[in-house]
Design a protein around this ligand. Structure first.
Ligand code: G6Q
Length: 572
């Protein structure tokens, strides 16, 4: 057994939960009229009702004791004050500093990071205002109508989700596009719609060596140069966001067009940095600042509220309860909001890349579950697709239900009906439907006894399935900022309790390395024999039946040399 599973707080929960599993939430609500008041809270613009989780006062006390035992408060302070909490990469984790617009210093390696943050924000503002006001002109004197963000993972999912979520605040004069896929089809389809005269490309890459992004960037540049026939024009149409200024310059982007960020900003936590440039172009700097302020509001709550009144802590503990003590491993996010349709994808990366680890701080393999399997969709669509399993499947899945009280498009009463579905689903998952209730319903329908008997078990719902309900007044930049920060901190709390590093991602490396090796094997027609028989077989099948000969692959891309040079650095 590990230190954690042997610890008193963990053991106390192990002892408590078999009894808990025998309870039904229907009874917990029946015996406590105050359950909603007891288990709900407001943090900034966000309201959370967690009363529909299978837990009691005693469970909560034991969970808070676990959080204290694992020194969540101490770890939290270490993160906010720039200690190298990303201990496998020896880095501070300071995305919180990006959204603290005060002059209060924040140190990373003894250096105050605030002046650099301010300087980049000012540079972003000058640029963004020009683009949005039609003053940043393309090579032929036309204003920018289309912006393509080229990035992947953290340099794509966050900005894309936010741009989508804040559409009601966006300029309709400029269209945002996001290209992440190495499959050339995404870039090809995007470029078909665009004119080189009025398109701006943002190459977003923290490392500026990520192959997917580099390929797409080189393809975009090739497309541009082949049409405008003048490399000088690149500076009016290509900008970059990166920590690797040298590689960006080597790529040929004007140093004035580089927006910097820093190694203490993790990829999946980077939308608050210059990686948010596409967000700024879409909604303007004022709204971007409101997004930052919303995130900061949640930071202050997380940093100062006692554990018992701390929303990210409570949400983290609900996850721990289910994952480690109730034997429920997945977690679903169900946003009842069209503008949040990319939020589950974003949360999937945040959660699974941060906490999908099985090695603890002491370098030992853990003997308990860590990061859950995270998935989700738009709630109302899911009701007609996968909710069947949520209600009657063999595996209970805790769900976060998310909704705004007011819609920006309340056409003909849609929103109250959406709200009623939101309320109904969490109630149905909690209450279920007993045999007696089903029987009564069927008798009222006038069904014959034989049919009642046959159908009854199919129409019974166990209920007792846990949900969180998250509500806010409207989905504006401030609220969205707070909502994202809430989930970031929830993931942090869980990582601390599981004693893992939520801020590295070594798991991403192995596939990347092997892809690089295999890439060179595809350049000729010789069969390969150096891998396992499956990999050899697949590679050779491809070589035999592909349409293009290996040696022609390189000549497809006139900028291969630059790409090669940048990528060599990463893999050598
Ligand atoms: C996020 C991960 C990963 C990263 C991408 C893109 O935390 O590190 O998703 O964001 O691999 O990396 P670059 O920004 O360096 O291109």
């Amino acid at each position: 057994m590990s230190q954690l599973t042997e610890s008193p707080a963990w053991q106390a929960l192990e002892k408590h939960t078999p009894q808990l599993k025998k309870l039904h939430m229907r009874d917990l609500f029946a015996t406590n009229a105050e359950r909603f008041e007891d288990f709900s809270l407001q943090a900034g613009p966000i309201f959370l009702d967690y009363s529909k989780n299978l837990m009691t006062e005693e469970t909560m006390a034991l969970l808070f004791a676990l959080a204290r035992q694992e020194r969540v408060e101490e770890h939290r302070e270490a993160m906010f004050t720039g200690e190298p909490v990303n201990f496998t990469e020896h880095r501070s984790v300071l995305h919180t500093a990006l959204r603290d617009l005060s002059d209060e210093p924040v140190l990373s390696s003894h250096k105050n990071v605030k002046p650099d943050i301010k300087a980049v924000l000012a540079k972003m503002k000058a640029f963004v205002d020009k683009v949005r006001h039609g003053q940043w002109l393309g090579y032929s004197g036309k204003p920018i109508t289309d912006v393509v963000n080229i990035g992947i993972g953290g340099s794509d999912l966050g900005p894309k989700m936010v741009v989508n979520a804040l559409k009601p605040f966006a300029s309709r004069k400029i269209k945002l596009h996001f290209v992440s896929n190495l499959d050339g089809s995404q870039m090809a389809e995007t470029l078909k719609e665009l004119s080189p005269e009025s398109t701006l490309f943002i190459i977003s890459s923290k490392s500026f060596t990520t192959p997917e992004t580099m390929f797409n960037a080189v393809t975009a540049r090739g497309w541009f140069v082949s049409r405008v026939k003048n490399r000088e024009f690149i500076k009016k149409h290509f900008v970059a966001v990166s920590t690797n200024l040298e590689a960006v310059e080597r790529f040929g982007i004007d140093p004035h067009n580089i927006f910097e960020f820093w190694e203490w900003v993790g990829g999946r936590y980077s939308l608050w940095s210059a990686i948010g440039l596409s967000i700024c172009i879409a909604v303007g700097m004022r709204h971007f600042r409101e997004l930052l302020e919303g995130g900061h509001k949640m930071d202050v709550h997380f940093r100062t509220a006692p554990l018992e009144e701390n929303m990210p802590v409570i949400m983290g503990l609900m996850g721990i309860l289910h994952n480690n003590f109730l034997g429920v491993y997945p977690q679903a996010f169900l946003a009842y909001d069209h503008y949040l349709n990319l939020f589950p994808d974003y949360l999937q990366q945040l959660d699974m890349e941060s906490n999908g680890k099985h090695i603890n701080r002491d370098g030992e393999s853990v003997d308990y579950n860590t990061g859950p399997i995270v998935w989700g969709d738009q709630g109302i669509n899911g009701q007609h697709a996968f909710y069947q399993l949520l209600h009657q499947g063999t595996q209970p899945i805790p769900c976060d239900f998310i909704i705004a009280l007011d819609s920006y498009n309340p056409a003909c009463g849609h929103h109250p009906v959406l709200m009623s579905n939101f309320f109904a689903q969490t109630r149905a998952l909690m209450m279920g439907k007993t045999e007696a209730e089903v029987r009564m319903e069927m008798e009222q329908e006038g069904l014959p006894e034989e049919e009642i008997k046959a159908l009854l078990p199919h129409r019974v719902f166990e209920g007792n399935r846990s949900t969180n309900s998250i509500m806010f007044k409207e989905l504006n930049p401030f609220t969205l900022g707070a909502l994202i920060a809430l989930y970031e901190h929830k993931v942090f709390v869980q990582g601390v309790i599981w004693r893992i590093n939520s801020f590295d991602q070594w798991g991403v490396q192995l596939g990347k390395q092997l892809a690089k090796e295999i890439q060179y094997d595809l350049l000729d027609e010789q069969p390969v024999a150096k891998y396992d028989s499956s990999t050899n077989g697949l590679v050779n099948y491809y070589k035999r039946y592909r349409n293009i000969e290996g040696n022609k692959l390189l000549s497809c891309n006139n900028d291969w040399g630059v790409l090669q040079e940048i990528m060599e650095k990463e893999f050598k």
